[in-house]
Design a protein around this ligand. Structure first.
Ligand SMILES: Cc1cc2nc3c(=O)[nH]c(=O)nc-3n(C[C@H](O)[C@H](O)[C@H](O)COP(=O)(O)O)c2cc1C
Length: 359
């Protein structure tokens, strides 16, 4: 028993779609909670005016009845309101009308740091838009919707996941970059409380929880580094300062430090899960970088498309969704159950056996 997520959707196409399979029956979902996370993804200092157009809302097409999951595939849709401006340019079928709106001209000056050039070569495209539309981080709206479902499941077994930006100088850096028509990146951190020992496994690479969290974070647009616990800093200290000593009290096994970020040998150890992701500066610059034309090879300036100065706060929301998804998947694998109450009962019996209680 595992959770699976398939997404589809282009940045300016009609909608983003997420299909979730493997949910137990009887999980209550709240539309407002999903919409709240979608709104959080759109907020944050440094975002572009597109966020004012979108105002994402989730629609559910299948798998839910009166707010409760049926144990069948759950189909989520987030419409792209901006699509009306791209109705010709991003029409799924050959448009019958004369060219109108956005996307009429092909993109022939690929943006460094984007999918544009690699995508054109790989898929044999003439218009880089065919690549950039799917590579765009607009896709993360579908991930966040699925993450909100995962968070609802985790809440039933006492797990809370929260993402935040690391550092408090972000607004200053963004203001300075905007003034220079430049962009910035940053670091986000996700913490998960209430994760019992035993999610993930050391048995195979694919099952390791740290590998799964790294995969999902690195699989997110603009993420270029991931660490668990003290991560890269551990390389510079001695073993005596790097690990988390074990003691036992009446509530179970305890650690006074959490340098491992709650994961040892690819398995959660009962402490808080802590992972971080480093985001590169966004690659679309209002002062464009140098590029070369796809047709003529002539030097030019890369496409300038409405773009954020920074999206680090948005990444914190996306990373939270990614981590929630992987934890929910690992919890499904460990506790199983076709009905939610089976899963909750399995988790309770396990936690009593080890024994362990959340801090
Ligand atoms: C939430 C979020 C918002 C983003 N917004 C933008 C943006 O407005 N402009 C831009 O150039 N890149 C943006 N990006 C980053 C690009 O999507 C990403 O850098 C690009 O697709 C290339 O992928 P890579 O950086 O993973 O190599 C955003 C990324 C995230 C996670």
């Amino acid at each position: 028993m595992t959770l699976r997520l398939t997404t589809a959707g282009e940045s300016h196409g009609p909608a983003l779609v997420a299909i979730v399979t493997g949910l137990p029956a009887g999980l209550t979902l709240e539309r407002d909670a999903i919409d709240r996370d979608l709104a959080r993804r759109q907020e944050g200092y440094g975002r572009s005016p597109r966020q004012r157009i979108e105002q994402d809302r989730v629609e559910v097409l299948a798998g839910l009845r009166h707010g409760r999951t049926l144990g069948t595939p759950l189909a989520l849709v987030v419409r792209n309101r901006d699509h009306e401006n791209w109705a010709w340019g991003m029409s799924p079928w050959p448009p019958e009308r004369e060219p109108a709106g956005k996307g009429k001209e092909p993109v022939t000056l690929p943006r460094p740091g984007h999918a544009d050039l690699a995508g054109v070569m790989k898929y044999g495209l003439e218009d880089a838009r065919d690549a950039l539309e799917r590579a765009s981080a607009r896709h993360t709206a579908a991930i966040v919707a699925a993450g909100a479902v995962a968070k609802a499941l985790l809440r039933e077994i006492g797990i809370e996941v929260a993402g935040a930006v690391v550092g408090d100088d972000l607004e200053e850096r963004i203001d300075a970059a905007r003034a220079d028509r430049d962009t910035v990146g940053g670091v986000v951190e996700v913490r998960a409380r209430g994760v019992p020992p035993g999610l993930g496994s050391y048995a195979t690479k694919e099952e390791r929880l740290d590998a799964r969290l790294a995969w999902t974070l690195m699989g997110t647009q603009a993420v270029k580094g991931v660490e668990a616990g003290d991560g890269f800093a551990l390389a510079a200290v001695r073993g005596s300062e790097a690990h988390d000593e074990i003691r036992r009290d009446e509530s179970g096994y305890r650690r006074d430090t959490n340098r491992a970020g709650g994961i040892e040998a690819g398995v959660s150890n009962g402490e808080e899960i802590v992972v971080r992701a480093a985001m590169k500066p966004l690659p679309t610059l209002m002062r464009p970088l140098a590029s070369a034309d796809l047709g003529t090879g002539e030097a030019g300036q890369a496409l300038v498309e409405r773009s954020d100065v920074a999206a680090v706060e948005a990444l914190a929301v996306v990373a939270e969704a990614c981590v929630a998804w992987e934890l929910a998947r690992a919890a499904r694998e460990k506790f199983g159950g076709d009905a939610l109450e089976d899963l909750v009962a399995a988790r309770r019996a396990y936690v009593e056996r080890i024994p362990w209680s959340a801090r």
